[in-house]
Design a protein around this ligand. Structure first.
Ligand code: SF4
Length: 364
């Protein structure tokens, strides 16, 4: 698989979706040998089920395991070191990974209890957990979500679960961005499978889940994070660790639309309950049969605009959804379905960044 490609599949059935995308790309060809130690690194930052927007869906990981097994790879481990406020063992249990481990006989490696070694990266010494460094083929499975300090967290930041707890504390004293970028120079990831089914609006611990209904696959963590930044309504420059990682050769932020391969279209409606914050944001929206992928992008865009104080005084509603297909009229619409309206943003689904640029131009 070419490192400059990103694959996207939409839907709300993670196990089936990931299976289809892995088969499409034929990832088995990339893994060095049938005896390779394959490490799966989910995001289990806290002990909360995936529906709350913080952690990787066990169904998605199950799809990856079944694919690997069916292609003759049996040397598989799942590794994680939760954040300082939680125990990994509790996260494995609450997030459904103990059951997964028992069903498939796959070891769960608690990196909070692992040994570590120091690695020199440019001018920085970084300690990394030994079991993570032993892996021959690392599959990083982050969640597509916002973060209260770094704005987004995805491929690059998820590897922070592979450092000891005292190093996590030190990363925070250094402002996170530079150590996150440099850690990724020493700790390579071979494949990234992003859980974009449900991720949080703006907080790594969850609490305001947004249904984005997609799985994203790629090999370059810098490219994946550049794409994700725009999906969540940011410019690449808003996330300093992306540029820092690119500067030291971790990957490329050169996003080319033609290199984003979408395998299908989303049609599933929003099915998770809205929190108070999301209810407030959708007060600006007139929705009629909107797909979750589209609606989720709009929610992220509105939250970013609200943070900038741009939503006050907005009186007209924003139209979105398949119910507007073929309709003509005044007003503002998001997505190709609303192309008959006076002002409409194309895309199916559009990125939050494009929605922000569009609303700023015409509306705010
Ligand atoms: S543009 Fe229409 S069909 Fe496409 S994702 Fe949005 S609501 Fe769904």
């Amino acid at each position: 698989m070419d490192g400059d490609l990103i694959y996207v599949i939409y839907g709300d059935r993670p196990k089936k979706m990931v299976r289809r995308i892995l088969e499409h790309v034929d990832i088995a060809k990339d893994i060095p040998s049938k005896d390779s130690l394959v490490g799966i690194k989910p995001n289990l930052v806290v002990a909360k089920p995936a529906e709350q927007g913080a952690t990787t869906s066990p169904e998605l990981v199950e799809g990856v395991i079944e694919y690997l097994r069916d292609n003759g790879f049996h040397n598989i481990i799942i590794l994680e070191g939760s954040w300082l406020g939680d125990r990994t063992s509790r996260a494995f249990q609450v997030c459904g990974y103990e059951g997964l481990s028992n069903r498939y006989n796959i070891p769960l490696i608690d990196l909070q209890r692992d040994g570590y070694m120091y690695y020199q990266v440019e001018d920085m010494k970084i300690s990394l957990c030994n079991r993570a460094m032993d892996v021959d083929y690392m599959i990083n499975m982050p969640v597509l979500k916002g973060h209260c300090q770094t704005r987004i967290t995805c491929a690059l930041k998820n590897m922070k679960g592979c450092i000891p707890d005292r190093e996590k504390r030190r990363f925070h004293t250094m402002g996170l961005h530079k150590p996150i970028a440099y850690m990724n120079k020493a700790l390579e990831q071979d494949l990234i499978v992003v859980d974009g089914i449900i991720g949080d609006l703006n907080f790594e611990e969850g609490g305001n889940p947004v249904q984005m209904n997609r799985v994203i696959l790629g090999k370059d963590p810098v490219l994946i994070d550049s794409y994700v930044a725009q999906l969540l309504g940011y410019d690449i420059e808003d996330i300093p660790y992306i540029g820092m990682a690119e500067d030291i050769g971790v990957g490329s932020s050169n996003l080319i639309d033609d290199n984003i391969v979408e395998l299908n279209r989303d049609t599933a409606p929003m099915s998770i309950p809205k929190t108070r914050l999301i209810e407030d944001l959708t007060g600006y929206v007139e929705e009629d049969m909107a797909c979750s992928a589209c609606y989720g992008s709009l929610i992220h865009a509105l939250d970013r605009l609200q943070d900038r104080g741009c939503l006050y005084g907005m009186e007209d509603k924003i139209h979105i959804g398949q119910g507007y297909e073929g309709k003509k009229g005044e007003g503002l619409g998001i997505g190709i379905c609303t192309k008959g309206l006076e002002r409409s943003l194309s895309g199916c689904p559009p990125r939050a960044k494009d929605i922000i640029d569009f609303l700023e131009k015409y509306y705010i």
